[in-house]
Design a protein around this ligand. Structure first.
Ligand code: PEP
Ligand code: MG
Length: 328
């Protein structure tokens, strides 16, 4: 076990390239400073999903612009030339804040959550955007909105972003005026209208954790139905393809940042769809890279193509699990 860990650690500085030359870009999801340290240790190529919730948690009041700026700037400076995708606050659903009571809801995952809160609480949202913008003066930063379901939401969020920019201009503070702005694709409405959304933003990042939950109507927190939570369901794969096709048609980048990105069984799907940007938990980085180094993207793509002809999740899972050479 220890030896295996050491062997994997040797891969940290290597490029993630398949035997036949397909390059994958492996970034890390981070939800704490500890995870960021581990991401660096494991050779992450930047941060593909900065879950900012932790900055708001375990404290008595909302973090100020200055406090947030300090944290974002530190991560951005550390990331060097790699980019850092900062997702705006995604509370609600399963995540609560002590000083910011959310209403009791029948269906919190279908309720007051993520971008819905931000668009309702401009004060809070603008403070966060301002802090992110200021950090963009120190490296490569991208802004990402969570749980987008419509074009209107992107436009409303961008309007507040424009206000934050105007304020910074007035204050004479610099930031990246060309900062890329992207969205999470994690709701079926977003996948189904991806070609409309693609025209309004700079990149997509597919959040499979929520996408699977919403596509299959299976609460991701409910143990009782955990067996129904199937990322390789044919409907999920079709949602992924729709999203990737739309991104390609509009020449915007698409990456995957849900747990599926850190599951090596999904590599045939990414190879087939042509998705080369993955962002995963720091613990998964070296394991996935090890797999990538031992596969042929062409062979994987053939398996991925076959998955799309399967009628059942089990058939797909069988196809994907038959690749025993991936065992580390
Ligand atoms: C997701 O939904 O896939 C995702 C990456 O976001 P989170 O897990 O934070 O909801
Ligand atoms: Mg999500």
């Amino acid at each position: 076990q220890k030896r295996r860990k050491e062997q994997l650690q040797l891969l940290a500085a290597e490029d993630a390239v398949t035997l036949d030359g397909m390059h994958f870009h492996l970034a890390s999801n981070i939800s704490s400073s500890k995870e960021f340290e581990l991401a660096i240790k494991h050779g992450a190529e930047g941060v593909g999903l900065f879950r900012t919730e932790f900055i708001y948690m375990d404290r008595a009041a909302l973090p100020s612009e200055e406090e947030q700026y300090d944290i974002y700037r530190r991560v951005v400076e550390h990331a060097g030339l790699h980019s850092v995708v900062i997702r705006t606050l995604d509370i609600g659903g399963d995540k609560q804040l002590e000083y910011f009571p959310l209403p009791e809801e029948e269906n919190p995952f279908l309720g007051y959550r993520a971008i819905r809160i931000s668009l309702d609480r401009h004060d809070l949202f603008k403070t966060q955007l301002t802090a992110i913008l200021r950090a963009s003066a120190h490296g490569s930063v991208k802004i990402m909105y969570p749980m987008i379901t419509s074009v209107e939401e992107i436009r409303s969020a961008n309007q507040i972003l424009a206000e934050a920019m105007a304020d910074l201009d007035r204050r004479g503070i610099s930031y990246d005026k060309e900062i890329p702005v992207g969205i999470m694709i994690e709701v079926p409405a977003a996948a189904a209208s991806a070609e409309l959304l693609a025209a309004e933003c700079d990149f997509f990042s597919i959040g499979t954790n929520d996408l699977v939950q919403y596509v299959l109507a299976v609460d991701r927190m409910n143990e009782k139905i955990a067996h129904l939570y199937r990322p390789f369901h044919p409907a999920v794969l079709r949602m992924l393809k729709m999203t990737v096709d739309a991104a390609r048609a509009h020449h915007i980048q698409v990456s995957v940042c849900g747990e599926m990105a850190g599951d090596e069984r999904a590599l045939p799907i990414w190879s087939y769809l042509g998705v080369s940007h993955l962002s995963m938990s720091p613990q998964a980085l070296l394991r996935v890279k090890h797999s990538i180094l031992n596969i042929s993207a062409k062979e994987e793509a053939d398996i991925g193509r076959s998955c799309f002809t399967c009628r059942t999740t089990s058939e797909i899972e069988e196809l994907l699990s038959a690749r025993t050479h991936l065992e580390v």
